[in-house]
Design a protein around this ligand. Structure first.
Ligand code: SF4
Length: 417
């Protein structure tokens, strides 16, 4: 098969993997190498459905001995198959890089022969690029769960980022749709990588020239909407993985129906906005101090598709508002719908010198329409304006208590209650 045909098949087969963002790696060119990356990462471009395409994103092969029902490359699929040699992938990467089409490589693979054999083949591509082609650009290698620790170590020394896919939110989901995979094995691989990343970081702190293991860390991908798992379960899994294995990112990939898919799979993809809401929630958990149980509840286990998760939370917790921008601590400011981390930090800076007024928020380009209802500033108090709120009666009526004789007499005289 011609290289061009292989490329068409194997680039198409790779499009289902969303975990290809490249930020967080720094590789300086010492003048003798080809390419580099910067800490802010590769410049991304996105397909209309939001996936990153700035890396050469391909599979080494779409042959696979596993039978994951959600995957077009499963052993029982009748999709056209192809396989690159490691030298072919290295050649393509260099050619594309020199033409400025890409800034790095994202390489995954179906499982051929065995987990370790597949991992060796992936490492061989990176080895050829680094040591034969002197390639200093970005490389993201997929780690096959269950690969031996020695191979994981070798992979981390040639790649910027490693990722082992968790695939589905729960073990029950895996049992139903990916019977060869287990959460325990996937997490064991993640733990292995986390340990190596940590050890390497410490070594580099002691000796600057020590080899770096996966300097852009590890990530994973979870497919959303292939099973009935709720957003709450998805976020619980992501939160646990972040904490247990120090992941840089969890990528959420909306399930795409595949030709001749299993009856247990939904016929339609979930709305893409669901993926977006999960990313927003992920951000709120990592950087805004929200807990999973605040964003989804037993009564509402799925995120609202109509409004963002912070606004949903605020509307469920109206008694926490309005928040006084001139007095509230940072963690409370971060909970105000429409205020991001950067603006919160600016507000804290500004209020050291002057009282915050609505004008200041407008200057910060905060979304005024959304924020007004939730904040108090020196010149604005929404409490006074909200005469039409549903719970106004509840707020102004003093709970009934039996009046004492003299108080009752006073009330009768003045008419006040
Ligand atoms: S192991 Fe990967 S490539 Fe193979 S069927 Fe499962 S998801 Fe697809």
């Amino acid at each position: 098969m011609e290289l061009r045909q292989k490329l068409a098949i194997l680039a198409d087969a790779a499009k289902y993997d969303a975990s290809c963002a490249s930020s967080g790696s720094r590789r300086r060119n010492d003048g003798t190498q080809l390419g580099d990356t910067t800490k802010i990462g590769i410049c991304h471009s996105y397909t209309p459905d939001g996936r990153c395409v700035s890396l050469l994103k391909i599979l080494l092969t779409n042959y696979c001995i596993y039978d994951c029902q959600f995957c077009v490359n499963r052993v029982t699929s009748d999709t056209p198959r192809a396989r690159f040699t490691p030298a072919e992938v290295a050649h393509l990467t260099i050619e594309f890089y020199k033409r400025n089409y890409i800034e790095g490589l994202f390489l995954s693979s179906g499982i051929i022969r065995s987990v370790d054999y597949t991992m060796e083949q992936l490492i061989e591509v990176a080895r050829l690029l680094r040591y034969q082609e002197n390639f200093n650009g970005y490389i993201h290698l997929k780690t096959v769960p269950g690969a031996s620790p020695e191979l994981i170590e070798r992979a981390g020394l040639v790649a910027d980022r490693l990722s082992a896919n968790v695939e589905l939110p729960t073990q029950e989901d895996l049992d139903r749709l990916a019977p060869e995979k287990s959460r325990q094995q996937i997490e064991k691989t993640m733990q292995e990588m986390a340990g190596q990343i940590l050890a390497s970081g410490e070594e580099v702190r002691k000796h600057k020239s020590a080899p770096k293991f996966a300097p852009a860390g590890q990530s994973t991908q979870m497919i959303v909407g292939a099973t009935a798992s709720t957003d709450g379960q998805i976020l619980q899994t992501a939160d646990a993985l972040y904490r247990r294995h120090r992941l840089r990112r969890v990528y959420y990939s909306a399930y795409s129906p595949i030709p001749h898919g299993d009856d247990r799979l939904p016929p339609e993809p979930p709305p893409l906005i669901r993926e977006h809401r999960l990313y927003q929630s992920d951000w709120l958990i990592r950087f805004y101090g929200f807990g999973v149980n605040e964003l989804t509840t037993a009564a509402e286990p799925n995120l609202s598709l109509e409004m963002d998760p912070k606004l949903s939370w605020a509307l469920r917790n109206r008694d926490r508002f309005p928040v006084d921008l001139n007095k509230a601590p940072r963690e409370l400011l971060l909970r105000i719908p429409g205020l991001g981390v950067r603006n919160v930090d600016r507000i804290i800076q500004i209020r050291r010198h002057q009282s915050i007024r609505l004008d200041d928020l407008a200057k910060l380009r905060a979304p005024m329409r959304r924020i007004r209802a939730f904040v108090i500033t020196a010149d604005h108090n929404p409490e006074a304006l909200r005469i039409d709120r549903d719970d106004l009666a509840h707020r102004v009526v003093t709970p009934h208590v039996q009046l004492e004789l003299f108080a009752a007499a006073g009330s009768a005289r003045t008419g006040e209650v």
